[in-house]
Ligand binder design. Structure first.
Ligand SMILES: O=C(O)C1=C[C@@H](OP(=O)(O)O)[C@@H](O)[C@H](O)C1
Ligand SMILES: C=C(OP(=O)(O)O)C(=O)O
Length: 447
């Protein structure tokens, strides 16, 4: 929903040891895709563990607007009765994707080759984000798009009635762009090729195969070449959504910062295109053990055992950036408490997320008394024995900025207030009860 409700200021203060079991919600990327692929399939898709965050709920309501029957049966338990590839109905209202870049970009891809027209909008954050990165490759299929200057929402997309398959090299590391092109390729006759120079999260590829598409992946000198054969019949599936590693990163990093903490985060996806944060934390010296590794719903998962311990700053390998792109805000907060300097490079994609995350973290950390340096594509954080805190930080309608500073406030000398924590509901609606249940001192201001 684009209507942004009242701001919810929240304060985090020095917390006792975090202890217990943190059952984080389902993976956001997989939840969006389960709904969209379910809508593009014939028959019933049954989803368990769906993330009921606002981003995903907005995608569910969009799929209804395109003609799919989407029903909630219980917490995390959903079914989708799809309309089949090419079966999308023309929506009779504007599709509002709220705060979600993944939602709007994947849905644009899914409708781009169906010959229908749809208009899209989003909240004050999403309308600032670039859509040209998706509508440029979609134009190769014959799709037209008209939006605001700079390729911004609101935007109307006219789907190609007679799409042609495409060959496209994704110019930036973006799973959303890759996925939009693959979803558009579903309704184009022949083979659509997507080439990515740097591998990004591969849920679309895995799930398309699982729903019955013919899709191959080859590592070549040119990069990772994904070949999709168009116009398959997709059939409804059972999807068990693993827990979200991007959400898990918050209790994990908080436990590493708060003295004497010891927590377990069960059933977290260890997909190698998503686990960069955990490797980085181990490189920094974290006592983080992946227990009981197993496969659930086609994804590798493990239980994360995390114990507090002093960490060292490192240079985070830039080639790891795509596999931990959403975790840099909380890593930057953690780095402020580590011994020495943490250098994060190759992260310019952070500038086009829900906020400019390099800038939001740099300004917020400075306000908390932490020394930082930034360039167009890097952030350097100077760790200190005691972060002063005592500031109110702007979340810029960005859930991950809000959660990162609330984690830092659990160990800073003075409390840290986030001006608006309401965006946390987009990806991690149970963040507040989950963290307070572990022992975190987080309170709503004036409550
Ligand atoms: O495909 C996805 O589900 C996502 C891809 C990433 O965005 P980009 O494709 O813009 O890197 C990530 O930041 C986002 O949270 C989810
Ligand atoms: C970048 C994110 O999401 P999206 O692009 O879907 O808005 C995120 O969840 O950190």
């Amino acid at each position: 929903m684009s209507g942004h409700g009242p701001a919810i200021p929240m304060t985090a203060r020095k917390s006792g040891p975090l202890q217990g079991v943190a059952e984080v919600p389902g993976d956001k990327s997989i939840s969006h895709r389960a709904l969209i692929l379910g809508a593009l399939s014939v028959g019933e898709t049954r989803i368990s563990g769906l993330l009921e965050g606002q981003d995903v709920l907005d995608t569910a309501s969009a799929m209804r607007a395109f003609g799919a029957e989407v029903t909630q049966h219980g917490p995390g338990e959903w079914t989708v009765h799809g309309v089949g590839i090419g079966g999308f109905a023309e929506p009779d209202r504007v599709i509002d994707c709220g705060n979600s870049g993944t939602g709007v970009r994947l849905i644009m891809g899914a409708m781009a080759t169906t010959g229908i027209t749809a208009s899209f909008t989003g909240d004050a954050s999403l309308v600032k984000r670039p859509m040209g990165r998706v509508t440029d490759p979609l134009a190769l299929f014959g799709t037209q798009a008209v939006g605001r200057e700079g390729g911004r929402l609101p935007m109307t997309v006219v789907g190609a009635a007679q799409p042609v398959p495409v060959r496209y090299r994704v110019p930036m590391p973006s799973a959303q762009v890759k996925s939009a092109v693959l979803l558009a390729g579903l309704n184009a006759p022949g083979q659509t090729l997507v080439i990515e120079g740097e591998p990004t999260r591969d849920h679309t590829e895995r799930m398309l195969r699982g729903f019955g598409a013919e899709l191959t992946v080859e590592d070549t000198d040119e990069g990772r070449v994904i070949t999709l054969t168009g116009q398959p019949e997709l059939n409804g599936q059972d999807v068990a959504v693993p827990r979200d590693p991007s959400s898990a990163a918050f209790p994990v990093c908080a436990a590493l910062m708060v003295q004497d903490s010891n927590i377990l985060v069960p059933g977290v996806s260890q997909n190698p295109t998503r686990n960069g944060i955990f490797l980085t934390l181990q490189d920094m010296g974290a006592d983080l053990v992946m227990e009981n590794p197993r496969e659930e719903g086609g994804e590798p998962v493990a239980d994360l055992r995390v114990r507090f311990g002093a960490l060292k700053g490192i240079h985070v390998p830039p080639e790891r950036a795509a596999s931990m792109i959403d975790e840099y805000p909380v890593l930057a907060a953690l780095a402020a408490t580590a011994e020495g300097v943490t250098v994060m490079t190759g992260i310019k994609e952070l500038r086009v997320k829900e906020s400019d995350r390099i800038d939001a973290m740099a300004r917020g950390l400075e306000a908390c008394g932490v020394r930082v340096e930034e360039t167009e594509d890097s952030l350097t954080v100077y760790g200190m024995a005691k972060v002063p805190g005592g500031a109110t930080v702007a979340s810029h309608l960005d859930h991950r900025i809000a959660m990162a500073f609330l984690c830092l406030g659990m160990v800073s000398a003075k409390p840290i207030t986030v001006d608006d924590a309401s965006p946390i509901a987009t990806s991690f609606p149970v963040f507040e009860p989950l963290m307070t249940g572990l022992g975190a001192q987080i309170t709503r201001v004036n409550s």
